[in-house]
Design a protein. Structure first.
Length: 194
């Protein structure tokens, strides 16, 4: 009897992890070949630059009640995910600029779970969609301009106690865009059952 309960809990954790990371967890790229790196950056840049339009297309017919659907039990609502993306991608833009203009700066982490419940989360998603459009235009032109040496510029993340270079940051924000878009699609597919 106890063995079955442990197995059931393990399955629940596996299922929860699939809901939490529908496209898999982020894995930092290790590619060293400069031509392959250029191809990857172009692919990631396309994911980043297209994210606001892809997001709008997925949510265009949702009403206010549907924006409150969650992508997993105890997860964020679609509305919170959209507002989180604007917060997160504003921080990404700042991190790119810091790394490009300072020598290995230390960035300021933020408590995203606490940000996700602040009063601005009650605003219309149109506010965050507008922010995402502008921020992604800026990210797009910055990423297009990155040289091979720029991709090696890095910043220190005090929460993780590691340095991240801009090659990894481009990959991370392409993943982040796709990750949260998958969350929203998941919430829509679940039709409010979480």
């Amino acid at each position: 009897m106890i063995k079955n309960k442990v197995k059931h809990n393990t399955l629940d954790k596996i299922q929860l992890d699939k809901l939490r990371y529908p496209i898999g967890d982020f894995e930092a790229p290790k590619e060293k070949n400069s031509e392959k790196r250029k191809e990857l950056v172009l692919e990631w840049k396309n994911d980043i630059s297209s994210f606001p339009n892809r997001l709008k297309k997925v949510i265009e017919n949702l009403n206010n009640e549907q924006l409150e659907w969650k992508y997993r039990p105890n997860g964020w609502t679609i509305k919170q995910v959209i507002h989180h993306c604007s917060d997160s991608h504003i921080n990404a833009l700042i991190r790119f600029k810091l790394a490009l203009t300072e020598n290995e700066p230390t960035i300021k982490p933020y408590l995203e779970a606490k940000w996700a419940v602040l009063q601005d989360m009650t605003l219309s998603i149109d506010v965050s969609l507008s922010i995402l459009e502008g921020v992604h235009q800026k990210l797009n032109i910055i990423i297009e301009s990155l040289s091979e040496s720029d991709l090696e510029k890095r910043f220190f993340h005090p929460e993780h106690q590691v340095y991240f270079n801009l090659f990894e940051l481009v990959a991370n924000y392409a993943w982040h865009s796709n990750h949260h878009l998958a969350h929203i699609k998941q919430a829509i597919a679940a039709k409010g059952s979480y």
